[in-house]
Design a protein around this ligand. Structure first.
Ligand code: TXA
Ligand code: MG
Length: 336
């Protein structure tokens, strides 16, 4: 423990002085840099190959650090913070002058999150500054939920990787914007739409959550326009009751070098014929979220010509899972 404390203190100095480190959070691993140092933040974009127009989330370790980052947080932001921080929720607000333009990709809003992972909080505290951190993957590939995923993508490009084990939530934080009326869910995650509505009243869902945007549509969260979370093999997301989606996949995959991502109950139908991974029971969205990204990485490593995935519906936590799968599929979705 003492050794850990010394290592965290040392990492805090590295980050404060402009280094890049991958750190565990409860959602996915983040690639962190001093949010107040534009040169350090620029290195994040370079290491990930991230498009310059995609803003970063700023991570803090105590709720009272929010006020310095935004123009005026307001009662609803504080209510959200009380209800869900520390935890998998990112709040978008009008930014203050303290946040460099490179962090927000020139937008006049800033995204802020207070992670629940004790190691993440300890590292932010040790740095003594807020940390800008996107997911610690190469841009476009599935987000990392284990330290090994970070190394596979970024080894040699960053100063340190902290291994905090497998991430408990497994998909990125819920992003809600309070910078527009009505308030808008920009990215579904561990905090559900219903939970947000219980605190805020009306919250709408951005259309980029459900479908791909046309060329002339501007996404509210720039990150939502990129094909994302995606293995290199094309993926088909099959939505519907598990019995029906399994039937569909059995027929569509016949004779192909396909891989299959299925619910636990359907594993025996596929595993003899195809490279198959299950990612949780059909009715357990939490488990599906936890296993989704590592399963996509593992299936992709088998180099199939095509991946079929059983995809849940859009209620509650399932929305986070279905959104990531649809995006991995480039919205190539079959409803059965
Ligand atoms: O769980 C998470 O949020 C992880 C961990 C590391 O905290 N971070 C993460 O960051 O997923 P990233 O960069 O992969 O995703 C951030 C998303 C992107 O879709 C981005 O466009 C959006 O948040 N975003 C950031 N700032 C924004 C802003 N000011 N307005 C709207 N969307 C914003
Ligand atoms: Mg990301």
């Amino acid at each position: 423990m003492k050794k850990d404390a010394a290592a965290i203190a040392e990492l805090g100095v590295i980050l404060r002085e402009g280094g890049l480190a991958a750190i565990p959070t409860e959602t996915v691993y983040g690639l962190a840099a001093n949010a107040f140092m534009p040169g350090a933040v620029a290195k994040i974009f370079a290491a990930k190959g991230r498009p310059q127009d995609n803003p970063l989330i700023v991570h803090i370790s105590e709720p009272d650090e929010l006020d310095a980052l935004c123009a005026s947080a307001g009662e609803d932001a504080h209510a959200l913070a009380r209800a869900f921080w520390p935890g998998p929720l990112t709040i978008v607000l009008k930014k203050s002058g303290a946040v460099p333009d490179v962090v927000t990709a020139g937008m006049d809003t800033v995204a802020v999150r207070l992670p629940a992972h004790p190691v993440a909080r300890a590292i932010i505290k040790a740095a003594g500054v807020p940390l800008a951190a996107p997911s610690a993957n190469m841009s476009g590939s599935p987000s990392p939920t284990e330290a090994a995923h970070v190394l596979a993508d970024l080894f040699g490009k960053i100063d340190a990787v902290v291994d905090g084990g497998a991430c408990a939530v497994g998909v990125e934080s819920t992003v809600v914007s309070l910078a527009q009326r009505p308030y808008r869910l920009l990215r579904p995650g561990g905090v559900t739409l219903l939970q947000l509505q219980a605190v805020l009243g009306e919250v709408t869902v951005d259309k980029a959550v459900y479908r791909s945007l046309a060329g002339d549509e501007r996404p509210a969260a720039p990150g939502m326009k990129y094909r994302h979370y995606a293995p290199s093999a094309p993926l088909v997301a099959v939505i519907g009751n598990g019995t029906r989606s399994a039937d569909y996949i059995l027929q569509a995959a016949a004779g192909k070098t396909a891989a299959v991502l299925c619910f636990d109950e359907y594993l025996p139908l596929f595993e003899k014929e195809y490279k198959t991974l299950s990612y949780g029971p059909e009715r357990d969205g939490e488990k599906q979220a936890r296993r989704l990204f590592s399963a996509l990485r593992e299936l992709d490593a088998a180099k199939p010509a095509l991946i079929f995935a059983q995809c849940p519906g859009d209620e509650g936590i399932f929305l986070a899972v279905s959104n990531r799968l649809k995006k991995a599929a480039g919205f190539d979705v079959v409803s059965v």
